[in-house]
Structures are given as structure tokens and as C-alpha cells.
Design a protein. Structure first.
Length: 297
């Protein structure tokens, strides 16, 4: 089994939020060794506009100025066209529910959005750059110094190291991410003992504005106050989310199925988040999901 001399691939899965932007600053400061950041954009019609603006106006220029490669990838079909998460949801005749819509009891349904539009797209970029899962024969697994194998059944693994922006205050989310066979996942913020508040401080001290929370604008994991802020500050996105909920339930009616919702309150979004009513901050399981570049999987 021959030696593998290719350089190790080290990349951050960048989400455009607080934690992964702090990782960008730390990479510039040489406190972590990650020369590559990959932003899996689920769609310009799907990501929050504020996140896309931040990536274009601050993250990409900052990375380029300091010699960090920040690339943007999207899901593509076999014919080369781009598929967005919004496009999949509203496709005529589609019965797919790739997002974790809330069922009538408030519990989130299953989803495929994170895997299909984020994790797999970062993985494809790593494979394009040479990452492999490897294949080692039984003899070499038992004895790596075994000399009779001629390499016909052995391929030395060349896994990519993928850094995820999970901070110390959400350590319970570590080691639960889907892992592709050609990658190994690490958590640089945990290694440095940093919390989300530390991440915001690191960003400010670097002279950058702290980014908004990153997510799809219609994500059912939004906290109630996030929906409230969206209704007040980004009414167009809020209304589009309401229209999506209406569309999904029109299809559910045709199939004779119970309605689904974008909040856990078991009622339409327009009713669940009343206009002009201030909400107290409530911690929800969505806090920081996509800021880490990962979405909770």
C-alpha cells in the first residue's frame, strides 16, 4: 500500500452566521488552521436576504483580503441546472416535505433539507478537491505493515477535515451530525472553549459587524421572536413564508392529510405571530442552527 502524499484538505462549513464567521476571523488570525471555507447556499430564494448580504458585503471581501478561500456551492441537478430548497417545496405536483414542518401536535417532522442542500454539497466540493473514503483490504486492517498486498484492493483514505461552528454553550449538538465517509468532523470552537458571546466579541474586535442569524427564511425551527422580528422588519419574507404554509396545506387537503405549520403552535403563521405584539425572548431548539454552517442534524 503506497504512501499518500496529497496535502490534507481542511475546510470550515460556513453558514454566514455568528459562529462560523468567528471561525473565519480565527483562521485569519492563524489561531486555527483552515485555509478553505465552503458556504452551501440553499438558494438565493431560500436563504434569508440579510445573510446573503452579509456574505457578499463582508465575509467574502474579508476572506479574500486575508488570503482565505471562501467558495459558494449550490445543489445542481444532473442537467447542470441549480435546484433550490424553495424551488423543491413549490414545484407543481410535489408532495415532498424536505423541511421539518410542525405537525398538529407541535412536533417537527422529518427532513432532508440539511443533508441534501448543505452537507452533501460541502461533501461534493471536498470530493472535487480530492477527498476519498479509501478502501483498505482485510490484511492491511489487521496489520498495516503487511507487505504482500500489491495495492489492487487498497486505496489509502484521503479524508477531508470539516470544521463545524458549534460553540461551548451548545456542546450537546456535537457528534450528532451526519458524516460523509470521506470526511472527519471537528469542532474548533469547542477546542478553544469559546461560547457564542465570545464569537460575537471576536467578530467585533476584527472590525466586522456581527452577522444576523442565518437560516432559510421559512425554517420551522425559527424561535417565536425570530418570526415576530421578521414580520416587523422583513414583511415580504414573512408573507412569503405564510404563502408557503398555505400552499403546503392546500396540498395536504387534496391528499386528505392533517395540516402542518411553520410554528409549534398548531395554527397558521399569521395567527401564531400576531402583528404588532411584542414577544419575550424564548429559547428554542433552533438557536444557532445554521449560524454554525450545519443546521442541526
Amino acid at each position: 500500500m503506497s504512501d499518500h502524499t496529497a496535502p490534507q484538505l481542511r475546510s470550515i462549513s460556513y453558514g454566514g452566521g455568528v459562529q462560523s464567521t468567528a471561525l473565519l476571523v480565527l483562521a485569519v488570525q492563524k489561531r486555527i488552521d483552515f485555509p478553505l471555507f465552503v458556504f452551501a447556499n440553499v438558494g438565493h430564494d431560500s436563504e434569508r436576504k440579510a445573510t446573503l448580504r452579509y456574505v457578499e458585503e463582508y465575509a467574502k471581501p474579508y476572506a479574500a483580503e486575508h488570503g482565505i478561500e471562501l467558495v459558494e456551492v449550490q445543489r445542481t441537478r444532473r442537467d447542470g441546472t441549480t435546484e433550490t430548497l424553495w424551488g423543491r417545496l413549490i414545484r407543481p405536483g410535489s408532495r415532498s416535505l424536505p423541511i421539518p414542518v410542525r405537525m398538529s401536535n407541535g412536533a417537527p417532522g422529518t427532513r432532508s433539507c440539511t443533508a441534501d442542500f448543505k452537507i452533501k454539497q460541502v461533501g461534493k466540493e471536498m470530493k472535487r478537491r480530492g477527498a476519498t473514503a479509501g478502501r483498505v483490504c482485510t490484511a492491511h486492517r489487521a496489520n498495516p505493515t503487511f507487505s504482500r498486498c500489491r495495492g489492487r484492493r487498497c486505496v489509502v483514505p484521503h479524508k477531508a477535515t470539516i470544521g463545524i461552528g458549534i460553540s461551548l454553550d451548545e456542546i450537546q449538538r456535537a457528534n450528532t451530525r451526519i458524516v460523509e465517509p470521506y470526511e472527519q468532523v471537528v469542532y474548533p470552537l469547542l477546542d478553544l472553549g469559546l461560547r457564542r458571546t465570545d464569537c460575537a466579541r471576536i467578530i467585533r474586535e476584527a472590525g466586522l459587524p456581527v452577522p444576523p442569524k442565518s437560516s432559510c427564511f421559512f425554517c420551522p425551527f425559527h424561535r417565536p421572536e425570530t418570526w415576530h422580528d421578521m414580520r416587523r422588519d422583513e414583511p415580504d419574507e414573512f408573507e412569503k413564508a405564510c404563502q408557503l404554509e398555505d400552499l403546503l396545506n392546500e396540498r395536504r387537503d387534496e391528499l386528505g392529510k392533517d395540516h402542518v405549520y411553520l410554528t409549534r403552535f398548531g395554527k397558521p403563521l399569521r395567527e401564531a405571530i400576531p402583528d404588532g405584539v411584542d414577544l419575550l425572548p424564548i429559547f428554542d431548539e433552533a438557536d444557532g442552527l445554521c449560524d454554525s454552517g450545519w443546521c442541526m442534524t
